[in-house]
Design a protein around this ligand. Structure first.
Ligand code: SAM
Length: 234
């Protein structure tokens, strides 16, 4: 099995316990990161009538947050689509949001028209996309001119201090045991810290985005650098 297929298979296996494990392992703090990020994007996008695509949507956590934050800011979402290659994750997403359109597809090969989206998001998903550059090019193709891309991701820590020691200890020693217990799949939760270690630094990701043609609007850190937010404009 190819690396990308194995990753999707792993998400199929952990899908039934994904939401519960996510909330417990992040102490619910990921919800705050998601809300702050969506709020920032909506405030910095002029139009009020929006077409939003959430890629690597998983069990659709971002769908709800986009809708809540848009409501707060008096913005209308005319269309919101969730995309993910994992049938297991999409099954849970569809049970949660019966009226939302979900499409089974890879980020690097989106079945979407050119310049059709106002906003695209990918939260904690880009690390799993083996053909990452191809996917970033796809986001650029699908976004309208001036459209915004939101990336939420765990960043690779370059500065080593007490907090990064604590974070690494949690990710490498505690999370695999807790995640393994909650999902009955320890290797999936060993994959998380490894995939963060092998991912890009903030500067490297910013450079890749710029090489494709994006303009960086904002890079922000949440909770002492545990999670990073990138907002880029086409
Ligand atoms: C850690 S989950 C994140 C799910 C959701 N976005 C969230 O914030 O909870 C990563 C997701 O990426 C999806 N994924 C893996 N490879 C992908 C690819 N090449 N293209 C799009 N999604 C992918 C997985 O199926 C999984 O649902």
């Amino acid at each position: 099995m190819q690396k990308q297929e194995k990753i999707v298979q792993m998400f199929n296996e952990i899908a039934p316990s994904y939401d519960k494990a996510n909330r417990i392992l992040s102490f619910g703090i990921d919800i705050t990161w998601r809300k702050r990020a969506c709020n920032y994007v909506l405030k910095n996008y002029d139009k009020t009538d929006l077409n939003i695509i959430d890629v690597a949507c998983g069990t659709a956590d971002m769908i709800n947050i986009w809708q809540q934050e848009a409501l707060k800011l008096d913005k209308k979402i005319s269309k919101i689509i969730g995309i993910d290659p994992s049938e297991g994750m999409l099954k849970i997403a569809k049970e949660k949001y019966k009226k939302v359109t979900f499409i089974k597809a890879f980020a690097q090969d989106l079945p979407l028209e050119n310049e059709s989206a106002d906003i695209m998001s990918i939260s904690y998903g880009l690390r799993n996309v083996v053909e990452r550059k191809k996917a970033l090019k796809e986001f650029f193709r699908v976004l309208k001119k001036d459209g915004l891309l939101l990336i939420l991701e765990f960043s690779k820590q370059e500065k080593k201090g007490f907090l990064s020691f604590f974070r690494d200890f949690y990710l490498k020693n505690i999370l695999p045991i807790l995640g393994g217990f909650l999902s009955k799949n320890k290797s999936a939760y060993e994959y998380l810290p490894n995939s963060i270690d092998h991912f890009l630094s903030e500067q490297e990701l910013a450079k890749e985005l710029q090489e494709i043609g994006f303009k960086i609007v904002k890079i922000n850190n949440f909770s002492f650098g545990i999670s990073s937010m990138f907002v880029a404009k086409k």
